[in-house]
Design a protein around this ligand. Structure first.
Ligand code: IMP
Ligand code: MG
Length: 170
């Protein structure tokens, strides 16, 4: 669906947009949402010409199926106190919007100076919450995607491109 070279070019252009918006930020804290955002975040922090700190948060939403659970739980919280900090949340894909909505609510309650978000993919067809990331890499159709950090039942995260899963009867 999205070749590696296309992703790489988009990461660079997103980095330029984020830099110009976050200009003047002294010490940006990047919060990568595990596990799906780890590849995107690794490329994004290297594309950003800013001084950054990196922390990770893990949430559960999908389990090993394609059905989204109703609630998002914190499996691993940040090490960093974000009060007064400029924070950039990095997410892999915004689907129903529940995960990003709850992450932004949760982190927003901790008093950051600025709270911004970037998602590699946006699947607007399945949206249940109005939330959109401040920056989005690509809009994708209502298909189950894998690769570039994103899994199907934990498989496919190491694919360098974004592909779709074909579900067949067996
Ligand atoms: P949301 O809470 O429904 O927006 O879902 C966001 C999370 O669901 C993402 O962080 C992904 O981990 C997962 N997800 C949503 N769509 C897909 C997909 O097509 N493939 C793999 N994971 C997905
Ligand atoms: Mg995820």
């Amino acid at each position: 669906m999205i070749p590696a070279e296309t992703i790489s070019l988009r990461v660079q252009s997103l980095a330029r947009e984020i830099e110009s918006e976050i200009a003047g930020c002294q010490n940006l804290l990047v919060v990568a949402i595990l596990r799906g955002a780890f590849v995107f975040a690794a490329d994004m922090v290297r594309a950003l010409d800013l001084k950054v700190e990196v922390d990770f948060m893990e949430l559960s939403s999908y389990g090993d199926s394609t059905q989204s659970r109703r609630r998002v739980e914190i499996v691993k919280d940040l090490h960093t106190d974000i009060a007064g900090r400029d924070v950039l949340v990095i997410e892999d894909i915004v689907d129903t919007g529940r995960t990003l909505t709850q992450v932004l609510e949760l982190l927003g309650a901790r008093g950051p100076a600025r709270l911004r978000s970037v998602a590699l993919l946006d699947k607007p067809a399945r949206r249940e919450m109005p939330t959109v990331a401040d920056w989005t890499g690509f809009e994708v159709p209502d298909e189950f995607v894998v690769g570039y950090g994103i899994d199907y039942a934990q498989i496919g995260r190491n694919l360098p491109y974004i592909g779709t899963v074909l579900f067949t009867r067996s």
